[in-house]
Design a protein around this ligand. Structure first.
Ligand code: AMP
Ligand code: MN
Ligand code: MN
Length: 346
């Protein structure tokens, strides 16, 4: 794909261009930060952590935003820097600099994609191998465990000292995308970065409890119902197995829950021993579904997701499904062909 980054990550020239884009801002410059739709801990944590770093550099006119409804999921409402968030319609249409976080393509920016054209310069910070290189300057490192690794790399090069507020966002991002330091992406460098962040005095126990281990009782009941109808298909994915479940908008209404509570569901589904691939299909419209896919390694789910119009990483990916639920599940089953397997059946 033209404009796609080298798999090796940003070059010295890319870093220099990003530093120049920030350093070249005049004191009254307007900077708009955007993260991907339906933002997760990496999207919000990287964006807000970086925003606070920019503020320390003296950037005064800062806005942060994401596409879609303006509400921040409860687990992230306490993050330092949330006061910088504005609804998408209030986002400056022509900022001097726009910076995008954790979005592999413009489509992940929804209605805010037009801000790229309206901006003086666009800078992309990301870690998806599928990133299309849609910025004027692209800092895309497919080897980075989270976008916050790239964000900290840029803050370091800008000479911004780490403080606890900046570190909090970057830490939330790092723990989100490494599954609390459990996934394959958890390298020595990840632990070294975590050590730097923790050295600012942030409290990992408090942060983990707020982000991962707190949900309303209604969500606990809802999870029970949705997990109770999970389906195991041992023969799917050429014998590696598929486990899937779904949640409808009616389920949310019955339990009086907001949609974001469903984001944690995949973690309770993917532990199924008998399946390499796990899937949660979350209704997002009348005939529209947000699909989360996870793999334990035999299947490259990013290829499955890209084939169905989405994206992601090898072990965690997603796409938007359209039509009846059965068709969406059928499309996943059909995509799990032997050609997409990365290893022979166990
Ligand atoms: P999720 O299942 O929502 O936690 O997403 C897992 C991974 O897939 C993340 O890296 C997302 O960026 C990516 N992803 C999820 N949904 C989509 C989508 N509709 N289009 C592109 N990438 C997606
Ligand atoms: Mn993300
Ligand atoms: Mn990420």
């Amino acid at each position: 794909m033209s404009g796609a980054p080298a798999p090796a990550g940003p070059t010295d020239a890319d870093w220099a261009a990003a530093v120049a884009a920030v350093r070249g801002l005049h004191p009254d410059a307007r900077v708009l930060l955007i993260c991907h739709v339906n933002p997760d801990g990496d999207a919000l944590g990287s964006m807000l952590g970086f925003a606070l770093g920019l503020r320390r550099l003296g950037v005064r006119h800062l806005q942060a935003t994401f596409p879609g409804p303006a509400g921040v999921p409860e687990p992230f409402r306490w993050l330092p820097g949330v006061e910088l968030l504005v609804p998408q319609d209030d986002a400056n249409p022509a900022p001097d600099l726009v910076i995008c976080f954790d979005a592999a393509s413009e489509s992940r920016l929804g209605d805010l994609a037009d801000r790229l054209g309206g901006a003086g310069t666009s800078l992309v910070l990301d870690h998806h191998a599928s990133n299309t290189g849609f910025g004027d300057v692209n800092l895309v490192d497919p080897h980075a465990a989270a976008t916050s690794v790239v964000a900290l790399g840029l803050l370091d090069r800008l000479g911004v000292p780490l403080d606890a507020d900046t570190a909090t966002g970057l830490y939330v991002a790092l723990t989100t995308d490494t599954g609390s330091f459990r996934f394959e992406a958890t390298t020595p460098a990840v632990h070294e970065m975590a050590a730097r962040l923790l050295a600012t005095g942030i409290r990992p126990g408090d942060i983990s409890r707020r982000v991962f281990d707190t949900r309303p009782f209604g969500a606990v009941r809802l999870f029970g119902e949705v997990l109770g109808r999970a389906t195991l298909e041992p023969a799917a994915a050429a014998g590696h197995g598929l486990v899937w479940t779904y949640a409808t908008r009616d389920d949310l209404v019955r339990h009086d829950q907001p949609a974001y509570v469903l984001e944690a569901l995949i973690d309770s589904v993917r532990c199924t021993a008998e399946a390499d691939v796990s899937c949660v299909v979350k209704q997002s419209g009348d005939a529209e579904w947000a699909v989360s896919l996870r793999s334990k390694g035999a299947v490259d789910v990013s290829r499955v997701a890209v084939g169905l119009g989405g994206g992601g990483h090898r072990f965690a990916a997603g796409f938007t499904g359209r039509g009846p639920l059965d068709d969406v599940i059928g499309s996943i089953r059909a995509a799990l062909t032997p050609a997409l397997l990365t290893a022979p059946p166990a």
